[in-house]
Design a protein around this ligand. Structure first.
Ligand SMILES: [Zn+2]
Length: 434
């Protein structure tokens, strides 16, 4: 890789020329309510996500991006044309516009705490919401940085508007600096990542890239290429309903049977609250019903397919056991695949990960990879043939009022993307990646 790489200028205080732009973009994007909704069947799940998609569409057009369009599955796509003379692989950068449904996202008031002094950050609208470096050790390392938070009653939405701001800033920078040598770059902003519907089956074809990166990770240097493999399970219990006054020897109470299923499942192992690291789990996250009928919703998670299968088998065995105690009931257990650990594909060609690591090292950032106990849009994309590791943005304490991010972490992520675009252009057309 002999190409000359140009890094943006950094001054003595380690502030980057990207800082002001990233701060302005994140603050502005965070104010737009883009919360997604799991219960909705529409695309995108909430109409309000279009507000940010259209704003970004206009901005991409005005900075000179090519092929700017919103697909009918509500993904915003654009191209930054190649500047390198040789045929370089096409690389895509993605971020999601929606914010998590788990916490209030209406009326977000971003606050910039300039030159963080190392003390507790107290938020004006939520006096009980305190960001303490003792509680959040990563914050302790950010003295001098500009920290962005919400005001105490909402999430911030740095997940993933930090990613959006980083990708937009990178795009603007590459378009303005034609001296930076890179291949074709595809930009993509997706809806509904937080409700697991960010990747339409048409997306890999529409991106038409050799490799992609989501900007949806956390700590400085984090490069994730290993996620959970995930299934969901729906257990349906149909009892026998009758007026309780005449129920003797007839009523089969679905709620009692549902409770027995829950009680028979492991509770001190294989649950989210009793596992960490590489251990998977069975998680009951919703249960509703009547004496006549009850439905239990589970997610099953594991890093290995054997483990995932064993969680499904255990759940099915428990259902069968409870069924055997009450033949008049009808208990069904339906398992549906959700996404798979991207490592299964990436370990066959680690170049997308290796180049991201190299980009970090060139900036003096030590890259680190630990398995993520969750999934990303990249999990689905990788499974569909487009290798898509997840890169850091700096976002912290996501999905709640304690969410915060360092502007300087975002700047390092932007620099990494600029480096990465150039590093890929120094590689040959990759046959092995697809
Ligand atoms: Zn996210």
């Amino acid at each position: 890789m002999a190409t000359r790489l140009e890094s943006p200028v950094r001054d003595a205080t380690q502030k980057s020329t990207f800082d002001a732009e990233l701060e302005e973009r994140l603050v502005r994007y965070a104010r737009v309510d883009t919360q997604s909704d799991e219960a909705s069947t529409a695309t995108p799940s909430t109409e309000r996500q279009f507000a940010l998609l259209r704003l970004l569409q206009n901005e991409l057009t005005s900075i000179g991006a090519h092929d700017v369009r919103v697909t009918d599955y509500a993904a915003l796509l654009a191209t930054i044309p190649a500047t390198s003379s040789t045929a370089a692989p096409t690389i895509a950068f993605l971020a999601h516009v929606d914010t998590a449904p788990q916490f209030n996202a209406t009326g977000v008031k971003p606050i910039v705490h300039r030159g963080y002094d190392g003390g507790d950050i107290i938020l004006p609208d939520g006096p009980d919401v305190r960001l303490s470096p003792a509680r959040y050790p990563y914050l302790a390392g950010k003295v001098g940085d500009d920290i962005i938070t919400a005001s105490g009653t909402t999430l911030l939405g740095a997940d993933d508007k930090a990613g959006v701001a980083i990708v937009m800033t990178m795009a603007r920078h590459l378009l303005e600096n034609s001296g930076l040598s890179h291949g074709p770059i595809r930009i993509c902003f997706t809806p509904d990542e937080e409700v697991g519907r960010g990747v339409d089956p048409r997306l890999p074809g529409d991106l038409n890239a050799h490799a992609a990166y989501t900007l949806d990770g956390a700590e400085l240097g984090e490069i994730v290429y290993e996620t959970f493999s995930a299934d969901k399970a729906e257990v349906c219990v149909i009892g026998v309903s009758i007026h309780p006054g005449h129920a003797k020897d007839t009523l089969v109470n679905a709620l009692h049977l549902a409770a027995r299923i829950v009680d028979t499942l492991p509770q001190v192992t294989r649950t989210p609250e009793t596992t960490t690291g590489r251990d998977g789990f069975i998680h009951l996250y919703q249960m509703k019903g009547t004496a006549a009928e009850a439905v239990l919703h589970f997610i099953l998670r594991d890093f290995e397919l054997d483990g995932l299968r064993s969680h499904a088998e255990l759940l099915q065995q428990v259902c069968a056991t409870v069924q055997a105690t009450e033949p008049r009931a009808r208990i069904t257990c339906t398992i549906t695949p959700q996404y798979r650990n991207m490592r299964y594909w990436l370990e066959q060609d680690m170049r997308p990960v290796e180049l991201a690591r190299e980009a970090c090292r060139r900036l003096g950032i030590e890259p680190r990879s630990s398995p993520t106990r969750g999934g990303t849009d990249g999990s689905r994309l990788t499974e569909m043939g487009l290798p898509t590791p997840n890169l850091f943005t700096g976002m912290q304490n996501i999905h709640g009022p304690h969410e915060w991010i360092s502007v300087q972490d975002m700047a390092r992520a932007t620099e990494m993307c600029v480096e990465l675009a150039q590093l890929w252009s120094a590689t040959s057309e990759p046959n092995a990646v697809r």
